[in-house]
Design a binder for this molecule. Structure first.
Ligand code: ADP
Ligand code: MG
Length: 583
């Protein structure tokens, strides 16, 4: 018998208790068991994985795979703690490609359930089984029948830990969690076939897909609705690549249920990644709506630490800023301009805006017909009557200090509130002005350019190329660094920040098309470059970026004549017309 003094002496935990404590970290509910078992099956190189569960996995769960199996002599080790075939040293941990690596999943699961492992390798004449019944000690393996591969049966989860059992929810809830885990695994490995059977009814059957058919797996799992407005993403930068699909729907979803991000084949839910994706979508989705995506990022294993969190959803990047910006820029290249979002923003802020005009209006939601991808920045505001000069007062009167961005109309006109005025900024002209001032400044001093996250490759005709070559020095002085790729292509590697906001390809082609003689003065060239910048945005700026543009505008042109041309101040009648308000 233990007395109170001996209980304070130091002693080793029994193996069973140690396993159960470890189980507390990884085995929270049936879904967490399934996650571990699926990872093991995939790590074993299975091409077919079948899952059968009873009563949301609380009664039983069987995962069957056709992977490489476990050697007869290793059966007992497989279900012991800290036994793994996947890493030998810390160096392996750093170069980790397999999903599991702690060597404690099976031991943990076996300590809180009645578990049976059956397995056969290619070399073995027959299969072996071994059982764990919630006890610490491991039983002897015995001969069994099983094809090459492994099956793990987990029955009566938490039978010996009633406190944990109490936290289980309804069969339906537990099954939903299981299904989630199952879908993630299925998305992570399209080349593997999967089935899920619940209470003897097959719920999902996903055929193995080759690389070209990967999209089929995505729609098998995410449903047809996701397939409609999908944009394929395929971008890379140095050692990082990002592939997959994003939904270009401007309506977004009410929940975050279709957000899948895989890092080196492992599903992650990482704050940095989520932040980057939200930023890419920022101006596109109405408040409270969520993006939908299935994305796969691959990166050198040493660039990322996945060993941060026991359930391994969070990761740590060596170069987090670079990864973050890469994701933002890569996704924005595939997302449409958010015309519809603007109308929604109008709807929510319309009340406020309308009150400025001294009356209350009800908003009729404008219908936009914008074909994204094409004519990306074409302003398309229906019933938009070009404002008559008489309707506007001089925009220079109110201070630029207290302006608030209300909304962006048609991807071009920014509606700002300052004091008692609502003013409209033509952001295309704003770009033109900023480009002009920045380039003039660069021309006068030395250039500050930064490397492009994505160097831009541009197709040019022979004459355009000759023209560009003749301008080499001028471009270099302005910080635009390019190199020739082949006879018809150049690549821009670096440019001043202001130009990086532009669609450089369209911009450069525009310049070369307008440019007739190579003897133009640099002043004329800068004017031409500024004119060519009109409306050539790479993506629509979000609110933060617009704020920066406004500040730059103020610094650069405030008080000068050219500033006036930027602004229109609306009276309520003009406002009504512009916003398509109806009384
Ligand atoms: P880990 O996956 O972290 O190595 P586990 O406890 O999940 O630890 O598994 C222990 C070991 O058992 C694995 O390293 C692997 O060698 C073996 N194993 C488990 N499941 C399977 C399986 N389905 N197929 C082949 N080997 C397996
Ligand atoms: Mg494992």
């Amino acid at each position: 018998m233990m007395n109170s003094s001996s209980s304070k002496r130091i002693h080793f935990l029994s193996e069973q208790l140690a396993n159960q404590i470890a189980a507390g970290e990884v085995v929270e509910r049936p879904a967490s068991v399934l996650k571990e078992l699926l990872e093991n099956a995939l790590d074993a190189g299975a091409t077919q994985v079948d899952v059968e569960v009873e009563k949301g996995g609380m009664v039983s769960m069987v995962v069957r795979d056709n992977g490489h199996g476990i050697h007869a002599d290793d059966m007992a080790l497989a279900i012991s703690r800290h036994a793994t075939s996947k890493i030998d040293s810390l160096a392996d941990l750093e170069a980790l490609f397999s999903l599991g690596f702690r060597g404690e999943a099976l031991a943990s699961i076996g300590s809180v359930s009645r578990m049976k492992l059956s397995s056969r390798t290619m070399e073995s004449e027959h299969a072996w089984s071994i059982e764990a019944q919630g006890r610490g000690s491991v039983a002897q393996e015995f001969p069994a029948t099983h094809p090459i591969g492994s099956s793990i049966e987990v029955r009566e989860l938490f039978f010996n830990t009633p406190a944990r059992r109490k936290f289980l929810r309804s069969e339906k809830t537990e099954f939903n969690h299981l299904e989630d885990v199952f879908k993630r695994a299925a998305l992570s490995r399209p080349q593997v076939g999967f089935t899920l059977t619940h209470n003897q009814r097959q719920v999902h059957r996903y055929r193995a897909r080759c690389a070209e058919e990967q999209i089929q797996r995505v729609t098998d799992v995410c449903g047809k609705a996701f397939a409609v407005e999908l944009e394929a993403v395929d971008e890379s930068l140095d050692e990082v690549s990002l592939r997959g699909w994003v939904s270009a729907s401007r309506e977004g979803r009410s929940s975050t249920d279709l957000q899948y991000f895989f890092l080196n084949g492992r599903m992650v839910r990482d704050k940095l990644i989520q932040h980057a994706i939200r930023q890419a979508y920022e101006t596109m989705l109405p408040a409270g709506r969520h993006a939908a995506y299935v994305l796969y990022m691959e990166l050198t294993a040493s660039e990322v630490d996945v060993n941060v969190h026991p359930t391994k959803h969070e990761v740590r990047f060596q170069q987090s800023r670079k990864i973050h910006d890469f994701i933002v820029v890569a996704l924005r290249r595939h997302l449409p301009v958010q015309v519809e979002q603007d109308s929604q923003a109008l709807a929510s802020e319309g009340q406020q805006v309308a009150e400025l005009g001294g009356a209350t209006y009800s908003l009729r939601k404008p219908v936009f017909a914008s074909e994204h991808g094409q004519a990306r920045y074409a302003a398309h505001v229906p019933n938009y009557a070009p404002p008559q000069p008489s309707q506007f007062t001089d925009g220079n009167r109110s201070s630029a200090d207290e302006q608030r961005i209300l909304t962006i109309i048609g991807g071009r006109f920014v509606l700002l509130q300052s004091n008692e005025h609502v003013r409209v900024l033509d952001s295309f002209y704003a770009d033109q002005l900023l480009v002009k001032h920045e380039l003039s400044a660069l021309d006068a001093t030395s250039s500050i350019s930064s490397p492009l996250i994505f160097p831009v490759q541009i197709d040019l005709s022979t004459s355009q190329l000759a023209l560009l070559e003749s301008l080499h020095d001028v471009f270099a002085r302005l910080g635009i660094i390019w190199e020739q790729v082949d006879e018809q292509r150049v690549r821009i590697n670096a440019a001043p920040q202001i130009l990086q906001q532009l669609d450089l390809q369209a911009w450069l082609q525009d310049i070369l098309n307008r440019f007739v003689s190579d003897s133009a003065t640099s002043k004329a060239l800068i004017t031409l470059m500024a004119t060519a910048a009109m409306g050539k945005r790479r993506y629509l700026l979000n609110q933060t970026e617009l704020g920066i543009v406004l500040r730059q505008l103020k610094e650069v042109v405030y008080g000068k004549d050219e500033h006036k041309a930027l602004w229109l101040t609306l009276d309520s009648a003009a406002l009504t017309r512009l916003m398509n308000l109806s009384p």
